[in-house]
Every structure is written in C-alpha cells, then in structure tokens.
Design a protein around this ligand. Sequence first.
Ligand SMILES: [Zn+2]
Length: 380
Amino acid sequence: MKKVLFCLAITLCWFSFTQAQDSAYVRSIIKALTSEQMHGRGTCYKGDSVAADFLAGEMRRIGVLPLQVNYLQYYTYDCYSLEGPISLSLNGTELLPFTQYRLLSTARYAKPASLEKATWKKQLKDGTWLIGVDQLDTYGPIVGPERSDPVCIEILNSFIPKRVKKIKADIPIQFQKDYKTQNVVGYVRGVIDSMIVFTAHYDHCGTMGDGVIFPGAHDNASGVAAVMDLARMSASQKPYYTMVFMLFSGEEAGLIGSQYAAENPLIDYSKVKLLCNIDMFCGGDEGIMFFNAKSNNTKDIFEQMKSLNDEIHAAVEIRPRENRPNSDHYWFSNYCPSIFLLTMGQPFGGYHDPDDTCEKCGLGHYNSFMQLIKAIAYLQ
Ligand SMILES: [Zn+2]
C-alpha cells in the first residue's frame, strides 16, 4: 500500500506541474450544451447533431485528433421525435405538458404497468392511449421498438374530470426510421500505445412540444464537460498514455451509441488500461458512486481511488457498486477494465426534468473529484 500511495503522491505532484483542471471551462461547455439551440440534445430538431457538431468543433479547437472523419462515428436507430406545439385538453381545459401530463415510451413503461393498472384510460382514434395515474413516470425519449406500438400519454388523475366528455389532443409525434446520429470520437497520441479512454453521453431527452426543453445539465452535459476538460489538458502536453475521448448519443434511448461503438471498435480494446465513463457529474455533496468496482479487472482501480481518497478527502465517500447496464461503460466491460462514476447528492436541478439547468448545476466538488480521476487514470 505504501508503494501505491507513493505513486499517488508522485502523480499528484506531476499534475500540479501540468495544466490544472478548469471549472470555468467546464461551466462554459455545460452552458453551451444546455442552450436552447441544442433542443435538449434529443432527436427533436436534430438536437443531437447540433450538439455533436459543437463538440467536434471543440475537439478540433483544443487540439484533439479525430478518430473518424470530422470526429463523427455515424450510426442509425429507429426512434420517435416530437416537433412543434403540442396541446391536450379535457372538457375544454388545457393541460400543462410535463407537469400535468407526459408522453411515455409504450415499450418501456406503459405496457407492463400503467396501461393495465390504470383507473381511467381512453384510446383515441389514432391509437394513442390516455392513462390516468397518481404519479407521472420519469420522462424519457419515446422509443419504439415497434412502429405499431401506440403512443401513451399519462395524465395526473387529479386533472381528469369525473366525467370526460370532450378530449382534444394534438401531439404530432413522428416515427423516424433509421434516424441518423453519431458518436463524437477523438484522441491525443501519448508516449506509448496503451490507452486510457474517457467516455460520456452527450444526448438527452430533447423537447416535449415547443414549450418544454430538457436542458440536461447534470445528465449529462456535466460528464461531457469533464471529458472535454480532460481532453483539453491532455492535448496541452504530450501524455504518457494515448488518451481517447468518446462522446455517445443514443444513451437515453437505451445505451445505443455506446453499444455501437463497442461492437464497431475504432481502437484496439486489448490495449485499453482503463475506460472511465462519467455520467451525471454535478453536485456530489454525498460523494461518488463507483460502478463495476468488484470485477477482477477493476477492483484494484477502486481500491486505488479509495486509498487516495482516504489520504486527500476529495469525496465524502466513494461507494462501490456491481457492474450494471445503467450507463455507457457497460458494453466495454467485456473487452477492457471499464468503470462508471457518478456523483451522489446535491446540488443539481433535477433528473429528466426541465429544471436540470446549468444554473442549478453545482461544481463545488469538481476540482477535487478530478484529482481522483486523473490520479487513477495515470496509475494504470
Ligand atoms: Zn438520463
């Protein structure tokens, strides 16, 4: 253990001589990704592509090299998008989108639970189901998988009149066959070929009609910004390891971009010493959750991070968790040591909520958390 801590100390010293992490830069990336022009980085108005172009341009500007032409690894998937104004009224009373009703993915939520249990339900002529619920489910992108699946709209029971005589719904949801999207991929050549890979998903939930935008600051503009900050630091001085940066789309619809990247490799995963995925990195008052802490090829990495944290008290706690398909690291865990870090505790604005804004995204722990991440990356 002494040797490990000595290495950690050397690493921290080395970092103090190189360019320091910059939470102002991180804030600027979160701000750009959460702006209205990004349309919530979903499939509506091609918000994901707008964000990808911004991130590719940023990689070029800071001196990261492309792993694909223009940094973009294209792929397609079937999805839905919802553009333009939406409206829903019962007996002439207009309901508020998101707070009083939400669209659901039929496949993910409605079929198994809501539809069967609903105390009130009504199918419209176009097949759309309206379902009364006591509590609205978490919002997410509307994902098929079958075009024939009806659209489901949950409505809070408290806003459904006793006798519903008139329903007016205008929800122009569009099925998109083979929707074209992309991962953003770049690298910085190191002294040796062995690689450290940082990943994060840049997509989010898009919009729900023109009035509701999901900015996704915590989820996951914050993780993207952290990866871009690591890219910026790596490009400013030749690193020892070759550093790879992969930013995925399609995460909210089911880890689709990362699955594509894992199955269509642009790098040799046998040379990857560590793949570190960052997803939801604002806040952190309660510490860090470390997923895939117990596998044979990752448990030492967890112990290193924990030992360092015991020395420098960067996080209140680093909590180990088993591997789970809950973020983009998952597909890579078959090929290389893959971990997923997420912050625990406030401050952040919300989860899959229009309140997940840049202003509410706290970065008070950012610099100390980055000390931990950089140290374990350079210790492999
Ligand atoms: Zn999410």
